[in-house]
Ligand binder design. Structure first.
Ligand SMILES: Cc1cc2nc3c(=O)[nH]c(=O)nc-3n(C[C@H](O)[C@H](O)[C@H](O)COP(=O)(O)OP(=O)(O)OC[C@H]3O[C@@H](n4cnc5c(N)ncnc54)[C@H](O)[C@@H]3O)c2cc1C
Length: 287
């Protein structure tokens, strides 16, 4: 189901200021996982969430779940240097870097979420002859690829960054590779903005859900994250034994796997007469 979209605006900010910010809705929903999705994306970082968002926006595919073993954006996306640039060397990847950089220009407006993109320019200093030659090569390659970068002299560097010491402290500045439309953005806000938009489209963002395996059986994909252990309890089986059992299962499968113990009267047998002692719920349900 699609949630009604909440518009962030200066009016909303003023309104909330007057009611102690108690009216902000949750940015994205935390639904119970369904048994089946058309698309399941593992990892709610920038790539996973962007994939979900553009699947929905460009292709109308909205029956999507994004699973993350931790919190959303808590991987590399939430801890990087925040630089946005496309001044790379190789022809095969130049277009995708430039496309990605250009998307940042309007992403805050598109998502109605401030990703704090600031196209203040990116300057990479050459401090050895080797670096200088490398950056000159990149600048020429970028010119052929249609990417707006150029080499600038030490004097131009000083003009852009008056605080800089061109003669050191360790190595002199010999020049700089300058990309005027590069900049910085808050990458975890990028993840939050995409998550909010995905949630608005009815997609499921499911945190604290580690995928421990992917089975492909009969042409269908099964994702595993929850293990239910069915137990016929004896008289001595109490809470302590249950915790010990869960602990042992997690030791084998990983700490982030959810383990549930289900007390049953008997364990059903499979068609060939064997016991089905452990059932992976998601493995059976997410097809
Ligand atoms: C120190 C550092 C500085 C960087 N600086 C920059 C920079 O300035 N500019 C730039 O553009 N890039 C930079 N990068 C690179 C950039 O951060 C990454 O390329 C980008 O964040 C990758 O996004 P992602 O979504 O692929 O991965 P991640 O953000 O790492 O997301 C992967 C997600 O998958 C989840 N996950 C993993 N395994 C499972 C599982 N089994 N089940 C469920 N979920 C799982 C993780 O919890 C995580 O949230 C930097 C990276 C680092 C480490």
């Amino acid at each position: 189901m699609t949630r009604p979209s909440f518009r962030y605006s200066v009016f909303a900010l003023v309104r909330e200021a007057f009611r102690e910010h108690r009216g902000w809705p949750r940015a994205w929903a935390s639904p119970e996982p369904r048994g089946h999705y058309q698309v399941i994306i593992v990892g709610a970082g920038g790539h996973g969430l962007a994939t979900a968002y553009y699947l929905g926006r460009n292709f109308g595919i909205r029956d999507v779940a994004v699973l993350d073993k931790g919190w959303l954006g808590g991987g590399n996306t939430g801890r990087n240097t925040t630089i946005i640039r496309s001044n790379y060397l190789q022809d095969p990847s130049a277009a995708i870097y430039e496309k990605a950089r250009a998307l940042y220009e309007t992403l805050s407006q598109e998502l109605n979420y401030n990703i704090m993109f600031s196209p203040r320019g990116v300057l990479m200093l050459a401090q050895t002859e080797h670096e200088l030659k490398g950056y000159q090569r990149t600048a020429r390659a970028n010119a052929l690829q249609g990417v707006d970068t150029r080499m600038i002299s030490p004097a131009e560097v000083k003009k852009l960054v008056p605080i800089i010491r061109l003669d050191g402290p360790r190595y002199p500045v010999l020049g700089g590779l300058w990309q005027p439309r590069g900049g910085v953005a808050r990458h975890d806000a990028v993840a939050w903005g995409y998550a909010r938009a995905c949630s608005d489209m009815g997609m499921h963002i499911i945190e604290n859900c580690a995928v421990t395996g992917i089975d492909t059986t009969g042409g269908r994909v099964f994702v595993r994250d929850l293990v239910r252990v069915r137990v016929v309890p004896g008289a001595e089986f109490g809470a302590r034994q249950e915790e010990e059992l869960k602990h042992r299962v997690r030791l084998r499968l990983g700490e982030s796997v959810r383990v549930e113990v289900e007390r049953v009267k008997e364990i059903e047998r499979t068609a060939n007469g064997k016991f089905r002692a452990v059932v992976s719920k998601i493995g059976a349900g997410l097809q």
